[in-house]
Design a protein around this ligand. Structure first.
Ligand code: UQ1
Length: 448
């Protein structure tokens, strides 16, 4: 394409407000699907991707930032660069928030008052951290002198590392790590940061009391890994309190109040350090637009990723109703299923001269997502247990020939050195959709 024709197409694209495909959210799900559509020869100019964020973050790295192994700068790239690199400048990047979607009209209302019309919609807006749901939390996080931190935010992840270092030499160090009862991104992260901190403190703190307080009834959803993690906590002297939901922080007296969910009793624990995983929730526009299930997640079929009511709408990732755990690895496996099924719906509609989503695609032409998810459970410097399982049956789905329930240096190296590259250069460009194709080579006997 010549320079002048490209400029012309960019200008025309900036003026139009109807797109074949609109993608809400330029996180890993939205970007990877958009890249795969483009790689499947859908012209980039037919794609609009909507996201107001200034940076695209590789969020799995935030635990490592909190543990002092990476920096926030290594976890982020400017959003407009990422979109241009992955989708070319012919795709339209709209840097506004979605106010509401009108699925009957195939229309999106944006925060600046403008509208976008689409034929097909991909919803991948992620979920929100509810920092204000816990009394006293936000003030304490913002106060540099308060020993309260969280890896679920770039600024507080930096604070996490600073605090881990500064409290380490305190005698009788009392530290608490929390997990809420809501679904969260990366359900392993509240423990991972604890293992990294404990490993350092063990060397310097004369007496150490660590407790892991979780609103959930289990330490981890898949039993194979849960058993190993329970053993690790026991060996490392970490007290595990289940069904304990953090409800309030009293920064003055350094007391954290927990509700014991089965009884409703509220109990206070003293802390010198507390790492908080906030409750999380879907974005309100999903329900307000009539696209959510009862819990507010985009209501899609768990195998096809197609919306149950609007067949020209698909969803993946944290915002979707898919009953698996919310990780980048899960999203990677969802992307190719979604892109393939969306293209099948499009082809079927064109063939039948039907309105978007109104023709029926034969079930055998639709790909199925099996619930695959993976969580690289870092347990220390040079040690990692790579959990891989299906969220649908909670059974292991391991890629390698060895027992991944053991802590290994090889899996640590894979996570710190290979996965970021696979993410930026593979997944976001639509070239990596999970390890399913590697498994027959690396685990030919399907040992789990
Ligand atoms: C994966 O595919 C992925 O997406 C890029 C991740 O997110 C960062 C992961 O953490 C993991 C573990 C996988 C799975 C990859 C392999 C090689 C088992």
């Amino acid at each position: 394409m010549t320079r002048s024709s490209r400029t012309l197409s960019t200008v025309t694209n900036n003026l139009k407000n109807h797109f074949k495909v609109a993608v809400v959210g330029a996180g890993p799900g939205g970007l990877s699907v958009a890249s795969q559509l483009k790689n499947s020869l859908l012209p980039a100019k037919d794609i609009a991707i909507i996201d107001p964020a200034e940076y695209h973050f590789y969020q799995p790295m935030w635990t490592l930032v909190g543990g002092g192994l990476k920096t926030i700068e290594e976890s982020r790239r400017p959003m407009s660069d990422v979109i241009q690199t992955c989708l070319s400048q012919d795709a339209r990047h709209i840097a506004h928030r979605v106010e509401r979607i009108e699925p009957q009209e195939n229309r999106i209302q944006l925060s600046d008052g403008s509208q976008i019309n689409y034929d097909y919609l991909v919803l991948s807006p992620g979920i929100q951290c509810k920092w204000d749901a816990i009394h006293g939390l936000r003030e304490a996080l913002e106060d540099e002198d308060s020993p309260v931190c969280s890896i679920y935010h770039p600024r507080y992840a930096r604070k996490t590392w600073r605090l881990i270092q500064s409290v380490g030499s305190k005698a009788d160090l009392k530290a608490i790590f929390t997990q809420p009862s809501t679904p969260i991104k990366c359900a392993g992260a509240p423990q991972k940061i604890m293992y990294l901190a404990e490993e350092l403190w063990r060397l310097s703190a004369p007496s150490l009391q660590i407790s892991f307080c979780s609103g959930m009834g289990k330490i981890f959803s898949a039993e194979k890994y849960a058993k190993r993690l329970e053993k690790i906590c026991e060996n490392r002297g970490i007290a595990v309190r289940l069904f304990h939901e953090l409800v309030k922080l009293d920064s003055g007296s350094r007391k954290a109040l927990f509700k014991h969910l089965p009884t409703g009793n509220v109990e206070g624990f003293d802390y010198d350090f507390i790492h908080v995983t906030p409750p999380m929730a879907p974005r309100p526009f999903v329900s307000q637009s009539g696209l959510g299930n009862d819990a507010g997640y985009v209501d899609v079929d768990k195998y096809s990723l197609q919306h149950l009511k609007y067949k020209n709408v698909f969803s993946l990732g944290d915002a979707s109703s898919l009953p698996t755990s919310k990780t980048a690895a899960a999203i990677a496996s969802q992307t190719s299923v979604l892109a393939s099924n969306l293209l099948s719906q499009m082809e079927s509609d064109t063939r039948n001269k039907a309105a978007p989503g109104s023709s029926t695609v034969p079930a055998e032409s639709m790909k199925q997502y099996d619930g695959y998810t993976s969580c690289p459970l870092i347990t220390g410097r040079g040690k990692l247990m790579l959990a891989e399982f299906s969220g649908y049956d909670l059974q292991p789905r391991e890629t390698f020939w060895f027992d991944q329930g053991e802590e290994r240096e090889s899996m640590y190296d894979l996570t710190l050195k290979v996965l970021p590259f696979l993410y930026w250069e593979g997944m976001l460009k639509g070239l990596w959709n999970g390890p399913a194709k590697l498994k027959p080579i690396l685990n030919p006997l399907n040992r789990n």
